[in-house]
Design a protein around this ligand. Structure first.
Ligand SMILES: [Zn+2]
Length: 311
């Protein structure tokens, strides 16, 4: 789909979205949608040049993405990666081979996190979870110094948003056209990946959402959403509401994970929207944290393990 192209705007954008297997498999009947997740790649382009934001996991989908970019007739000058989860950058090597003139960049903290993700034991773990989908050759992006670059002279701004569904994440802001590529900070109709967010992680994630909202975007692209997204900014607030009222974290070392529900006194505690059918949500522990000088109550609950399957 194509973004709103204003008459004189020198920049336009469109999305390439493909569904892949999620790490959540072996689900009960009626929960099949948990087995799949869609990944989004964004192409922002001017008269001749293009910028790709985020890549895919597998060679097969990356090849499709590369063909789609080539078919636009634009020169791919830059590939920007929002965060270091492998489903957003493992396709980088193939893209670099297909577009040798493009520089692949990310914020320094994202590049550091990519290097961690590229450690042999980490890659092996991904190969086990996604058999046949992890490319043979993997590379990180290059470090972008500073928080801006340009596309045909138009400012592209990197926004450091800290912890969202993992540590050290960024979003990309294109002020000229009011566009934010949110990476995995914002979700749309897709169960968020919660395995790296404990109670504090949820609160940090809410701070990241505040930062994105402060940009006042006209359109927001999410990393994981439906195949035909509306890219509405309303998903910013909807994501915040989900995290406030839903499960937020797992304690990774426990076989049966626990999750944190963050809730302010005015917001009722709720289970995960749409996907809570199999989840027993009995609170095991209650507590209180401070956020923006406000007290936020939370509850730790047991959840059905598949609910927190990796994205
Ligand atoms: Zn992701």
């Amino acid at each position: 789909m194509t973004g709103p192209a204003e008459a004189d705007s020198p920049l336009e954008w469109k999305l390439f979205i493909r569904r892949r297997a999620s790490a959540t498999q072996g689900v009960p009947p009626g929960k099949d949608d948990l087995k799949w997740v869609a990944n989004t790649a964004t192409l922002i382009y001017g008269r001749t040049d293009a910028l790709l934001v985020d890549a895919f996991l597998s060679d097969a989908q990356t090849a499709e993405l590369a063909d789609w970019i080539a078919a636009t007739g634009k020169r791919l000058s830059t590939i920007y990666i929002t965060h270091a989860h492998p489903d957003h950058f493992f396709g980088l090597k193939l893209l670099r081979d297909r577009f040798p003139g493009a520089r692949a960049i990310a914020a320094p903290q994202v590049v550091d996190a990519m290097r961690t993700a590229l450690a042999p034991e980490s890659v092996e773990n991904w190969r086990r979870r996604f058999p046949g989908l992890v490319p043979a050759s993997l590379v990180p992006a290059e470090r972008l110094e500073g928080n801006e670059f340009d596309l045909e002279g138009n400012r592209i701004v990197v926004v450091d948003i800290g912890h969202t569904d993992t540590d050290n994440t960024t979003c990309l802001h294109v002020p000229l056209i009011g566009l934010v590529i949110a990476g995995d900070a914002i979700y749309n109709g897709t169960h968020p990946y919660l395995a790296e967010s404990d109670g504090q992680g949820l609160l940090d994630w809410l701070d990241a959402i505040d930062k994105i909202e402060a940009l006042k975007p006209q359109a927001v692209v999410v990393g994981h959403g439906p195949l035909d997204p509306d890219n509405s900014p309303r998903h910013i607030r909807e994501s915040a509401a989900t995290y406030r009222t839903s499960c937020a974290s797992t304690q990774k070392r426990r076989r049966r994970a626990s999750s944190t529900i963050g809730c302010s006194p005015s917001i009722p505690t709720a289970s995960i929207p749409d996907r809570s059918g199999a989840a027993p949500m009995q609170p095991r522990r209650r507590g209180e944290r401070r956020r923006h000088g406000e007290s936020v109550r939370y509850e730790v609950v047991e959840v059905w393990r598949s609910e927190i399957g990796a994205r």
